[in-house]
Ligand binder design. Structure first.
Ligand code: ADP
Ligand code: MG
Length: 378
């Protein structure tokens, strides 16, 4: 449709949010050496806001007069963009604010969205300075499109808007345990993977989901109850939402209640990992969901059941660098495209992550909100 794509005006003015501590600490140097000269050529003027602490960018975009900027550019890892997205969603004018095209320029150690956009654009698989150059080129071209976000809610009442993925277990442990090796850049994940393999753990909990197919008008395969005529949607009484309040989650019921009958409940309750990803890449060298696209309306849900051997797990991770892990037909690894999911850990064990940021372990559920924001994408 006509809203799907757009182009930045010229000349244009970008607010650049830069985390000087991201990655191995070279974001500011790289920005000045690599990015600035290219943007100058493309008639893109910049105002650089250097973050001084966590949450600084969140507050900045939440309170900012956005009319002066044509785009918000994040120079960091995925964590800073997560702050920006959630800062924007806290605004009473979020609906308007989310039309501001966002851009990610990789400066962090976890640059999953940048790697995904590089992949969707059809560029060769690259990392580091080459990935930064490709992403800067995408900004120079100025073409943007819509991106899905996933609304995540926790039992303790937290709510997040996530653009990359939610994880529990193995991969999330690697992500957080390896923070201490930040100076290694993206190599921190390789080292972290080997360390976590050595102390492989099992996580107990219940995983449920609403399959994509059930939402596309076909039979929702009810187990005991007939399919609701609402096709999975809990009808929202019209006019009960205060103007400016964040969007409701019509596919979800409160965490205290059982999931709707047309959801699927995974029979196994022992996992090595659960990962709900909505972009292709989980890291520059992890092509986890090769079929994912920016606005496919889909959560790509992966889960790995307990009982997998270390050797098989290692083989899967090596295959994931090329995106061929599903070709191995490992019986312990499942993949299902979904619109919504729920994870209820039996005990508060293991690390949960949202877009690479740590979260206290507790019941979580989420649903996709198609095309909620815009992103520079080539
Ligand atoms: P990386 O990929 O290296 O982890 P991120 O963009 O994910 O980079 O940022 C990591 C964390 O750093 C985020 O949680 C963010 O809130 C925090 N942060 C942002 N600015 C600063 C700063 N000036 N000093 C320390 N931490 C910061
Ligand atoms: Mg990070």
């Amino acid at each position: 449709d006509g809203d799907s794509y757009g182009v930045l005006p010229r000349p244009c003015h970008a607010l650049v949010l830069l985390n000087p501590q991201s990655g191995s600490g070279r974001a500011l140097d790289d920005f000045q050496a690599v990015v600035q000269p290219m943007l100058a050529e493309a008639d893109i003027a910049t105002t650089v806001f250097v973050t001084e602490r966590p949450h600084h960018a969140h507050e900045k975009v939440r309170d900012e007069d956005l009319s002066q900027w044509d785009t918000l550019v994040v120079v960091s890892g995925d964590g800073l963009l997560f702050e920006v997205v959630n800062g924007l969603m806290e605004r009473p004018d979020w609906r308007e604010a989310m039309k501001k095209p966002l851009c990610i320029l990789p400066g962090g150690s976890g640059n999953a969205l940048a790697a995904s956009i590089n992949y969707y654009a059809g560029y060769d698989h690259v990392a580091k300075k080459k990935l930064l150059t490709n992403c800067t080129f995408i900004l120079c071209k100025g073409l943007y499109t819509q991106m899905d976000l996933v609304s995540l809610s926790t039992a303790s009442g937290k709510r997040f808007f996530s653009f990359l993925g939610f994880g529990w277990g193995f991969i999330s442990d690697v992500d957080i345990d390896s923070e201490k090796y930040r100076w290694l850049g993206s190599a921190r994940f390789t080292l972290g993977t080997l360390q976590c393999l050595a102390k492989l753990r099992v996580y107990q909990g219940r995983l449920s989901y609403l399959p994509m197919a059930a939402e596309q008008g076909s039979s929702p395969c009810p187990r005991d109850a007939p399919a609701p005529v609402t096709n999975g949607h809990i009808p929202q009484p019209a006019g009960t939402e205060a103007p400016g309040s964040p969007p409701p989650d019509p596919l979800l019921v409160p965490l205290g209640q059982p999931v709707p009958p047309h959801w699927t409940v995974v029979p196994e309750e022992e996992f090595v990992l659960v990962y709900a990803i909505y972009q292709s890449h989980l890291g520059t060298n992890l092509l986890m969901a090769p079929a994912a696209r920016l606005h496919d309306g889909c959560i790509h849900l992966f889960y790995m059941k307990a009982g997998i051997s270390r050797v098989t797990l290692l083989k899967l991770f090596l295959a994931m660098s090329r995106g061929t892990h599903l070709d191995l037909n490992c019986p312990h690894l499942s993949y299902v495209p979904v619109r919504a999911f729920r994870l209820e850990p039996r005990v508060a064990a293991g690390i949960m992550t949202v877009d690479g940021e740590a979260l206290a372990c507790e019941p979580v559920q989420g649903q996709v909100h198609a095309r909620l924001c815009r992103v520079l994408s080539g």
